[in-house]
Design a protein around this ligand. Sequence first.
Ligand code: CA
Length: 233
Amino acid sequence: MASPNGPVLLVEDDDGIATPLSAALRGDGYEVRRVATGGDALRAAAQGCAAVVLDLGLPDMDGVDVCRRLRGVAPGTPVLMLTARTSEADVVVGLDAGADDYVTKPFRLAELLARLRALLRRAATEPGRPTHRTLTAHDVRVDVDARRAWVGERELELTPKEFDLLALLVSEAGTVVSRERIMRQVWDTNWFGSTKTLDMHVSWLRRKLGDDANAPRYLTTVRGVGFRFAGGS
Ligand code: CA
């Protein structure tokens, strides 16, 4: 069976598990992308994948947090959790965080493959599952299609221009976006000098984000150039 929407993303730091599991997935016809940390998983998932096989025990982040954030980065993508934790409470926490199913280590490869097939089948036959394009940087999430944005769990009330500005800056998180480009893309105008409007919008956006221009957590002014949204996920 070919992977329908990109590779299966395998998130597992333990080579002793990841290597045979990758081979088994490939043997079943899936394209596989393997990463070993939660940070890499979130970045890879944002680029699109058919499903995520997610280990709970990761070196940089708790798998439950990764799962929760996957729901923002890749809504509608099935998540199969691998857990060494057998207590019912841990499994419930995992499912609450948005996992669609789980397999307890040690597992049989055939069982894992069967669970994954079932999840992919279900995802393919549930047209109601959201497929919104979502951007994230830091703890800010922007749903481009719904035109909604959040800081952590708090939804921001943004004007249309503030939303466009935030979406542009978050989409380029970690790099400086020039004033000229912002004026062109958000205000649909070529820049002839004054960008007072832009500065006002940046200041309103900062206030809504709860950011401080003098000690910015999200939005940094790069003097003479433009603005940079904090990178990382
Ligand atoms: Ca692990």
